[in-house]
Design a binder for this molecule. Structure first.
Ligand code: FES
Ligand SMILES: [Fe+2]
Length: 337
């Protein structure tokens, strides 16, 4: 599966789109972003309607994007508004249009609505709560694995003790605290799942705001992780934007515990923790492509990634709303992590 249509995806972080157009990929479509004179971003298919040149190799001029080949200019709506090579008595042909996608800038990111058949979004993109209050670190990392590989990985609490030497609290817990047995609560929500620890007493209890470990996945590709380890607090919003069947782009926004925001900084270097996952997942994905899938076996704690898989399949088949009640609402799972 490449990914789901009918959702908002991050095209790039706001700070990555300046005066020049920017090429990017979502759901196997090559797109271009540019800003108009009011600094408003627009997203078009990255192919000029004249001879198919990449508009992203052109430039922005007077609020339009100009094709690098013969200089045709396109507005944010995708309409061709100027062809400079026409003489005064030649008429501007009408109806030349590059397909465009709804595009919104919100909380440090530029969002594209990847519509099915040109439909308009019913809701705005999901912002980041309390964005104005904090300082943030953002980054973007291309992955040669599917977005589903990465999505299943990030809430899989059995892996950090093995994959993340020196970078993850669960690795320290295995190394120095005897790999204790714990429990985690898995809930199915309106638009994905939550994983929390320690578990609440019942499914009727709401999840406390200051719970030590909180993870949530929201369709299609957003994972929020928050928590506390000792006095260290972390909170991260991650998007695993599907770019093709076997590639995706991680766009992350980590919260710094400092107030007086919003202030955004850009991290060029890939954090070691993220690199550890990427190397492992890219190897899994390339083995699957070369040798085919394996008959997988699973244990109790794999219910978390398996639930993600089930929901993605239901959503891809258009059955999520209808079949949501068929999934167990809440489970408490034991695991050493
Ligand atoms: S290919 Fe774009 S103007 Fe000719
Ligand atoms: Fe990981």
């Amino acid at each position: 599966m490449i990914g789901l249509r009918g959702y908002w995806y991050i095209g790039c972080a706001s700070s990555r789109l300046r005066a020049k157009p920017k090429a990017f990929r979502i759901l196997d479509e090559q797109l271009v972003l540019f800003r108009d004179e009011q600094n408003v971003p627009h997203a078009l298919v990255d192919r000029c309607r004249h001879r198919g040149a990449r508009l992203s190799q052109g430039r922005c001029i007077a609020g339009k994007i100009e094709c690098p080949y013969h200089g045709w200019r396109f507005a944010g709506s995708g309409e061709c508004t100027e062809i400079l090579s026409l003489t005064r008595d030649q008429r501007m042909p009408s109806g030349i249009q590059v397909p465009s996608y709804p595009c919104v800038e919100l909380d440090g990111n530029i969002w594209i609505y990847m519509a099915r058949d040109g439909e308009q979004p019913g809701t705005p993109p999901p912002g980041i709560p309390k964005f104005e209050r904090y300082r943030w670190v953002q980054g973007s990392i291309d992955h040669a694995c599917s977005f589903q590989d990465l999505l299943e990985n990030v809430l899989d609490i059995a892996h950090p003790a093995f994959v993340h030497p020196w970078t993850h609290p669960f690795w320290y817990s295995r190394k120095f605290m005897g790999f204790p047995e714990k429990q985690v609560e898995l809930r199915v929500t309106e638009n994905g799942i939550t994983t929390t620890a320690p578990p609440t007493n019942s499914g009727d209890d709401s999840i406390p705001e200051d719970i030590p470990l909180f993870g949530a996945w929201e369709l299609p590709d957003r994972v929020v992780t928050m928590g506390r380890v000792g006095s260290f607090e972390f909170a991260s919003w991650m998007h695993f934007v599907p770019t093709s069947e076997n590639s995706c782009r991680l766009e992350y926004t980590h919260r710094n515990p400092f107030p007086f925001g919003p202030k955004l900084s850009w991290r060029k270097r890939e954090p070691l923790l993220l690199r550890q996952d990427r190397v492992l997942l890219e190897a899994i994905c390339s083995a699957r492509q070369a040798e085919g899938p394996i008959p997988e076996r699973s244990v109790a704690i794999d219910e978390i990634p398996l639930t993600i898989r089930r929901i993605l399949k239901l959503a891809a088949d258009g059955l999520w709303e209808e079949k949501r009640e068929s999934l167990p609402k809440r489970r408490v799972i034991g695991a050493r992590y």
